[in-house]
Design a protein around this ligand. Structure first.
Ligand code: SAH
Length: 346
């Protein structure tokens, strides 16, 4: 539904308090409404039962609540849940709930489509339509928290910004959403349980370090050789590895937070000894660990997961150099919910 009314959640708490004072009401009313909007995730003004009918009507006349709607929920045989999330302007993004024995992780989107053009990622095939607003990011997390309580009997424990989009190309809104997620007036989650994953935008990595953020950083590296990386992640031509390296060193010097490198090993692309050696060198620039991710095919057969011999070589060379390496298995493949598969197929 199109409307010219303002989204009430674009207002800060102070702005809401001022609004009520201007209406001849008490500033405190702003606190009450704010609590409904964020802590209680009200979908409509009618939900705000401790606010008078007249005030609710007045709010209705002035504002909208652009809440997301989970259009479709798919459950994988391994317990992974994928939400197709409809936004107020009818665009759709996807978010994923990933359960393990001990945690529930939400994988959320930061943009509709993506600004980058990684050759191996399904989201890159969609053109970037727009950035998500802070409340649209927050709502995805709340929806997954609710599903976690409903289906797994526990609250959400972790969040990764590994859904659609490049979070550092929508930095301001991602930061606002995280502020809300971590604040007591929102979900009160610890920032240590949040990972922002980026393909590596040097200027923004430095900015995050300067802003003193407390969440963790993951970088989708996939190759530590410029030529190779540019061939699979073309924007690497603009942000070459030396710039990335310098930004990551800056990040570590400021935050003392170890970096995770996400890395897929592909047949014939980065499966040689020289590729591992370059990765080992890159890992020496700043304290880090490597997460080897399983490749999730996106149809056209150009990329193929390397064989287990190549993977074993990666693991043994990294370990021999005292670099922590983990191998991550994919979840939710049968419903196209795994890394790089989010493309609004449904
Ligand atoms: N733009 C951000 C976050 C979204 S992608 C980033 O680049 O980090 C989340 C992770 O999935 C990244 O590490 C990305 O490299 C990886 N990925 C993308 N396509 C994939 C695929 N087909 N199989 C496995 N991992 C993939």
């Amino acid at each position: 539904m199109k409307t010219d009314k303002k989204d009430i959640r674009a207002l800060t708490k102070d702005q809401l308090r001022t609004f009520f004072v201007e209406q001849g009401d008490k500033a405190f009313r702003g606190n009450q409404v704010y609590e409904w909007l964020w802590q209680k995730s009200a979908h409509s003004f009618e939900d705000m039962t401790n606010i008078s009918l007249k005030t609710r009507q007045m709010l209705q006349d002035n504002f909208v609540i652009n809440h997301i709607r989970v259009d479709q929920m798919q459950r994988s045989s391994d317990g992974t849940i994928k939400n197709a999330v409809r936004l107020h302007d009818d665009l759709v993004v996807e978010s994923v709930l990933i359960p393990t024995d001990t945690r529930t992780t939400a994988c959320v989107s930061s943009q509709v489509g993506c600004s980058l053009d990684c050759k191996f990622c399904a989201t890159a095939r969609l053109k970037r339509m727009r950035n998500l607003n802070p409340d649209e990011i927050y709502d995805q997390v709340v929806a997954i928290d609710n599903e976690s309580r409903l289906y797994y009997d526990r609250p959400l424990s972790n969040i990764v910004f590994m859904g659609m989009g490049e979070p550092l190309m929508n930095y301001k809104n991602v930061l606002k959403a995280i502020d809300k997620i971590t604040s007591d007036e929102g979900l009160g989650m610890s920032p240590k349980r949040i990972v922002v994953s980026t393909s590596g935008v040097p200027k923004m990595i430095k900015k995050m370090a300067d802003d003193g953020v407390k969440f963790k950083l993951a970088v989708s590296l996939h190759s530590a050789i410029d030529e190779v990386r540019t061939s699979i992640m073309p924007f690497n031509a603009t942000f070459p590895l030396t710039d990335l390296r310098e930004a990551l060193q800056y990040w570590y010097s400021k935050t003392k937070n170890r970096i995770t490198y996400e890395y897929v090993v592909w047949d014939g692309i980065n499966d040689k000894r020289k590729d591992v050696d370059a990765l080992v060198e890159f890992c020496k620039f700043a304290p880090s660990k490597v997460n080897l991710i399983e490749y999730n095919p996106i149809d056209d057969g150009m990329f193929q997961q390397a064989n287990s011999k190549a993977l074993d070589m990666y693991v043994s060379v990294l370990e021999a150099n005292n670099i922590t390496v983990t191998v991550r298995r994919s979840r939710g493949k049968d419903i196209d919910a795994a890394c790089g598969q989010l493309a609004n197929k449904s």
